[in-house]
Design a binder for this molecule. Sequence first.
Ligand code: ADE
Length: 241
Amino acid sequence: MTMKNIKLGIIGAMESEVELLVSMLENKESRKIGKHTYYAGLLSGTPVVIARAGVGKVNAAVCTAAMILEFTPEFILNTGVAGALGKGITVGDVIIADCCIEYDLEYGSLGDARGSVFYPDSTSEIIMPADAELSSKLEGAAKAVSGGEFAVKRGAVATGDKFVSSNAAREDILSAFPDALCCEMEGAAIAQVCRLYSVKFSVLRSMSDSADGEAEMDFPTFAKLSADRAARIAAELSRAL
Ligand code: ADE
């Protein structure tokens, strides 16, 4: 691997979330670490590394930790699709994280607040803030790609190891975190690893469904279109970095 000074690390869970970006890489090189393949190269002229993590928090965390330790990117971006939770947000709309929350961290009778992340240095937080500069650049890139065709909003991204496909599951998240705009299965895990290693991060998600009883039908119908939309925005961000 000869690529140096990597500016941006991009992580998606599924093949459909990274394939367009990998196909756009110039001077592409690859390296396998465990089951993760990392593709380094130039994306819109900027040195980046891209990986498909696999679905869920553990895959995302391991992929992120190895990316940080082996490639030392200045920023990490999680790109892909999500289920819409916020009012008025529909399939195809784009959410950019101001912060990430692990909605499925629960402590039962121990009494700690839901979502609390406890770090090994005894600090803790529920809201993991995305890098404001990176999220602003993402917003600019998303609006440039949209040209008014789809809505672009910033807010909280909620993560848990569950495909949310019922009103009960959707309401469970919103009852604890009413400001959550969308739900997915990796963003906050990537955020937590970035917080552990002091790496700037953000999350970019295009809505594939509304995390309700229709989600199992909508997801296969809209996932590719929405994943490619997010990928085009990531490529535009890369140009701006
Ligand atoms: N990713 C896309 N849609 C999702 C949903 N409804 N729940 C969890 N992750 C998702």
